[in-house]
Design a protein around this ligand. Structure first.
Ligand code: NAD
Length: 469
């Protein structure tokens, strides 16, 4: 009997079939997991639809209280969740614990938010108010890199706003989400939150379902396009958080030895499987060789291994498909030359690739033009910062970016012209629940987090009233 169950209409139920979930560090099963069917997705949507009228009439205070109870229960079981997360996702245990801590912070931050009506105009005879009403059934579709945190970034605001949900985790990381289902069952009325897994084959059932009012999607740009097309038929609201190919531009006046660790961390965190990771590093020619050397030293010193082992800094790629994709990119990159650290694929089980630094690459190389989503960092030389900016912007992605330098006027000027939803200065890859986050160009549509993200889970309704004659 599986310890893991779907959550449909307030009941923890088995899937109509099962599927193994593999530990990417060992290639061995972590658990046999329930696999939802199309009928179960439809039952989940029906349950969410039925639960909506009552849930949407609860007060914000009641919904806030339920979210805070959920956070407290998750906190009490955080070690168990972190260990399960490492086993299904691969990240080192310390990072898994960090993801749970960050998740708690997100749930609690959204629980504290408010949706008070705004008075637009008030006179003796008229009053115009803007209200934020819940939408109805929201589908939350989650990728495999931060399964718990990215789910919380959706369910917390969606529930606070009064919506009911169907959450669909990624096929290779469903287990922690199913464990969350046990907590949702305790603190939320039946049907308000439903969790159904798939084998990467049922997302479109949700996105085309006529009773789903909004799709909150995080994943690749290719799938995001399908989501948007499928939502068109019923004019569903969509929020799309998609892929990125973030450029970091490092100016010639920084100290390479002092800056390299922050850049390395921003490129290789979670084995490079972060939407907002540094994926292209543009370094001024005056410090290029030194920066390459510093990064290579850090790569060589990294401890790669099973995330459950003490001291491991970088785990495996999350799943076999991604492992094969990154290995192919690595083989192509190695064949062209320029790999100065890493590049090894250790023998044995598990989807491991050592952190790889590649120099003397340029646009036109696949490792520069495409999102690698793995532990390979291309370091690109430039001589004119304006040229680096143009090259950084010459991408259909526009998720994040960063500028590193000592001259505040110059960094601010370059940052303002970077075509990205978030641009950092002298840092990269920092998100917070009170800071809105969204992609430019083909990296996304709409925003998540903060008040703006909360409002995306609502329908704006204007009440424009006069006194009766
Ligand atoms: P993916 O697009 O393959 O899958 C994401 C989710 O979509 C999964 O739950 C999957 O089952 C589901 N899905 C698959 N086909 C679907 C369809 N036709 N309709 C609806 N849903 C469908 O992405 P992935 O490989 O899981 O994640 C990696 C990608 O996600 C990277 O490109 C990364 O940059 C991006 N990402 C973006 C953010 C962000 O916030 N912008 C965050 C994390 C990951």
């Amino acid at each position: 009997m599986s310890d893991f169950k779907l959550l449909i209409n307030g009941r923890l139920v088995p899937g109509d079939s099962t599927m193994p979930v593999l530990n990417p560090a060992t290639d061995q099963p972590v658990a046999e997991c329930p696999r939802g069917s199309e009928a179960q997705i439809n039952a989940a949507v029906a349950a969410a639809k039925a639960a909506f009228p009552a849930w949407s009439r609860t007060t914000v205070e009641e919904r806030r209280a339920a979210l805070l109870k959920l956070a407290a229960a998750l906190e009490a079981r955080s070690d168990e969740f972190a260990e399960l997360l490492t086993q299904e996702q691969g990240k080192p245990l310390a990072e898994a614990k960090g993801e749970i801590t960050f998740t708690l912070m997100f749930i609690r931050a959204f629980a504290e938010m408010d949706l008070k009506p705004q008075v637009i105009e008030e006179t003796a005879n008229a009053r115009i108010e803007a209200h934020r009403r819940p939408l109805g059934v929201v589908a939350c579709i989650i990728p495999w890199n931060f399964p718990v945190l990215l789910a919380a970034g959706k369910f917390s605001p969606a529930l606070l706003a009064g919506n009911t949900l169907v959450i669909k985790p990624a096929a290779t990381t469903p287990l922690t989400t199913l464990k969350l289902g046990e907590l949702f069952q305790q603190f939320f009325p039946a049907g308000v939150v439903n969790i159904v897994t798939d084998a990467n084959d049922l997302g479109n059932v949700l996105t085309k379902h006529p009773d789903v009012r909004k799709v909150s999607f995080t994943g690749s740009t290719a799938t995001g396009k399908k989501v948007m097309a499928s939502a068109a038929d019923t004019i569903k609201r969509v929020t799309l958080e998609l892929g990125g190919n973030d450029a970091a531009i490092v100016l010639g006046d920084v100290d390479p030895a002092k800056t390299a660790p922050a850049l390395f961390g921003a490129a290789f965190w979670n084995c490079g499987q972060v939407c907002l990771a540094v994926k292209r590093l543009y370094v001024h020619e005056s410090i290029y060789d030194q920066m390459c050397e510093e990064l290579a030293k850090l790569a060589d010193a990294s401890i790669v291994g099973n995330g459950m082992e003490e001291g491991v800094q970088i785990g495996p790629l999350q799943n076999r498909a991604q492992f094969e994709k990154v290995k192919a990119l690595l083989a192509e990159t190695k064949a062209k030359g320029g790999v100065i650290a890493g590049g090894q694929v250790p023998d044995g089980a598990g989807y491991f690739i050592r952190p790889t630094i590649v120099r003397d690459v340029k646009e036109g190389d696949r490792i520069v033009d495409e999102e690698q989503f793995g532990p390979i960092l291309p370091v690109i030389k430039y001589s004119d910062p304006e040229d680096a900016l143009n090259r950084a912007n010459a991408s259909y992605y526009g998720l994040g970016g960063s500028v590193w330098g000592r001259d505040d006027t110059q960094t601010a000027s370059l940052a303002a012209r970077m075509e990205a939803g978030t641009v950092w200065i002298n840092k990269h890859l920092e998100i917070a629940p009170n800071v809105p986050f969204g992609g430019a160009k083909q990296s996304g549509l709409g925003v998540e987090f903060a008040k703006q993200g909360l409002e995306e889970f609502t329908q704006l309704q204007v009440i424009n009233a006069s006194r009766a004659a």
